[in-house]
Design a protein around this ligand. Structure first.
Ligand SMILES: Nc1ncnc2c1ncn2[C@@H]1O[C@H](COP(=O)(O)OP(=O)(O)OP(=O)(O)O)[C@@H](O)[C@H]1O
Ligand SMILES: [Mg+2]
Length: 285
């Protein structure tokens, strides 16, 4: 394996930011019931960079994802893509969700071609482009299959291809692999890395899986448990091109151990919080 000393300077370090998240605050509810889900969060993502946001359950990751995706228009601070402040879905952004989102009544190629169909792209071009992205996610032999005939990991690859087919400048993914077993997750991670290397796709991944975050990212934004703030931003200087083999390396282990320290602290706070809420309910009931 390539040693860490041979790491080339990151090709993205001097790049223009593709996205700037600046002092974003999001509260839900009002009065004594108010919940601050995202609290003064700032970071940016450079063009071609792969950034993960990691944090315990309830720390505001999906809220942030929805704000950046333009699905939650009212918030404080700004998310800028180019000169646009995001308050509605932006054409440069493609989203992949945690839940299974393939259309069961369409086969793989018609699922992937769907966004092009909506835009009125002619059939032959639509099929060409869909083929291209189906190849890229490794589903070339499954174009005629229906989602019910595919595994969970394959269905997520269909969703990813369907988002990529629109060639978004920025790819946003919220826990896309959460429902998958660890081996499938690692191998799908390899696919994502290959695609990243081919397309230099600017990507923001939301996850609570540390292995996945270190395997895939150039940088990791570690969030605190409620209110969700940025605890730390860690550069992952593991060599690229990367494969899932990197998971066995010492350097990988160091990153995991280092970030886990932060995460454990936050996850424990989350656990204590839910236990005390349960106790309060118990004493009232
Ligand atoms: N629409 C909403 N109305 C009220 N509160 C909300 C709403 N959406 C999220 N919240 C609250 O905001 C906080 C953050 O939720 P969010 O879903 O962003 O967390 P998360 O980090 O994505 O968690 P998970 O890892 O479990 O998906 C939680 O306390 C949640 O209850
Ligand atoms: Mg979430």
């Amino acid at each position: 394996m390539t040693s860490l000393t041979s790491v080339a300077p990151s090709p993205v370090s001097n790049a223009q930011p593709a996205m700037v998240v600046d002092d974003v605050v999001k509260r839900f509810g009002r009065g004594p019931e108010i919940v601050t889900a995202v609290d003064h969060v700032s970071f940016n993502v450079a063009q071609g960079e792969f950034v993960s946001v990691i944090g315990p359950s309830g720390c505001g990751k999906s809220t942030l994802f929805n704000i950046i995706g333009g699905l939650l228009g009212e918030y404080e601070g700004s998310v800028m893509i180019g000169n646009d402040r995001i308050s509605a879905p932006h054409p440069a952004v493609g989203m992949v969700f945690q839940e299974e989102s393939t259309f069961p009544w369409r086969n793989v190629i018609d699922n992937v071609a769907f966004p092009l169909e909506l835009r009125g792209v002619a059939k032959s071009e639509r099929m060409d482009r869909a083929h291209h992205f189906i190849d890229m996610v490794g589903l070339a032999n499954f174009e005629k299959n229906y989602p019910a005939q595919l595994s969970g990991g394959m269905k997520q690859r269909v969703s990813i291809a369907r988002t990529l087919v629109s060639e978004p400048k920025i790819l946003l993914m919220d826990e896309p692999f959460a429902a998958l077993d660890e081996q499938t997750r690692l191998l799908l991670g390899d696919k994502i890395t290959q695609i990243q290397q081919q397309l230099h796709q600017t990507t923001l991944l939301i996850t609570h899986n540390l292995t996945e975050a270190v395997q895939l990212s150039d940088r990791i934004v570690v969030m605190t448990y409620r209110p969700g703030r940025v605890k730390r931003i860690v550069n992952i200087d593991l060599p690229r091109p990367r494969t899932s083999d990197v998971v066995g390396s010492d350097a990988f282990g160091h990153y995991v151990a280092e970030i886990w320290n932060d995460l454990r602290e936050e996850a424990s706070r989350g656990m204590a919080d839910s236990e005390s809420a349960a106790n309060r309910r118990g004493s009232h009931g």
